[in-house]
Write a protein that binds this ligand. Sequence first.
Ligand SMILES: [Zn+2]
Ligand SMILES: [Zn+2]
Length: 400
Amino acid sequence: MTENKLFQLANENFNYSVSFRRDFHQHPELGFQEIRTSEIIAKELINLNFEVKKNIGKTGVLGVLKGTSDGPTLLLRFDMDALPIHEENTSNFASKNEGIMHACGHDGHMAIGLTIAKILSTFQDQLNGTIKIIFQPAEEGLGGALATIEDGVLENPRPDYCLGLHIWNEKPLGWIGVNSGSMMASADTFEIIVNGKGGHGGLPHQATDPIVCAAQIISTIQTIVSRNISPLDNAVVSFGSIKGGSTFNVIPDSVYLTGTIRTFDPQIRFEIIKHLEKISKSVGDGMGCKIEFSLDEVTPAVINNSKIATDLQHVIQKLFPSFSVDLNFKTMGSEDFSYFLNKVPGCFYFVGSANPDKNLIYGHHHPRFDFDEGVLPIAVASLLCVIEEFGCLAIQSVDS
Ligand SMILES: [Zn+2]
Ligand SMILES: [Zn+2]
């Protein structure tokens, strides 16, 4: 494979990574409820000589390691929360918390973060600048990134760069995906309330039917992506729920629609929101219904800094020459690491973690999701090599 010393160190710490990963997996906690998880992380970071701040963004933990000489400040982010899913795996480290499961791999992310902290702490005298590691709560659409930012994670000192990663079970071990620009979509949720006038199903002329109006709105909104957005751009508008009425022969007073918007570009996002509101209100107007439209921004698009992404690509290709590195990776999934990237230049990337030979093939958020733990040292080494590339770590990691 490779002669890289940082990869060797990551492999030597494999059991350390796995024991944390499995412990977190057995004891998953939902977003903003990561009490046990954050206590374990804080205790370990203190053991490793980090300055530790607890309760950052409610249940987050910040570890800071200062080097012995000047250099950049680098922020590494790992997410901590599990999902409200009943685990169907029967491994000896399956979830002990009924109805809660680490089904996205954040247990692995925390193990990667702690292993990096452990290795960096042994090189503190060769560290330039400052490493800040944020263990972030509530990534799964609950606002954890923003909560840590509001609690000052980007201040004192302010990071020069930020880095984050996600293990990725859509691809096998030996695959890495990155992009020098927009990589993950923005996610918004919208709600449309169609207010009409209820009545007898047999006497529709005496009512203003919100069901027919809602159907027209849903159909017409399909034209936003096909008619208002350039065919060369990417966007999704999907409805996820329709609620209205209670029985077959009564026209209800109102219908509730919810959905999501995904795009890679803030300008396209703006255009979609504008058309969504305009179309629903115009159709409602034409059919005599009153429309209430509201929008919630869940996450902005993940847009990498092109210079940092290019440096990261070179580091990874040098570290793992036999890997398949997709330099134009994009997904319509979303990630709240985007809030960090909007304030600090940085890069997010994906590390393949599936292994069909071991039947580790189920996707993220599936009740049988599990990943090949061989991804842990790969992810640890890749981040350490980027830290070295940024001039924070002054060890010679590559044998000549
Ligand atoms: Zn997830
Ligand atoms: Zn995730």
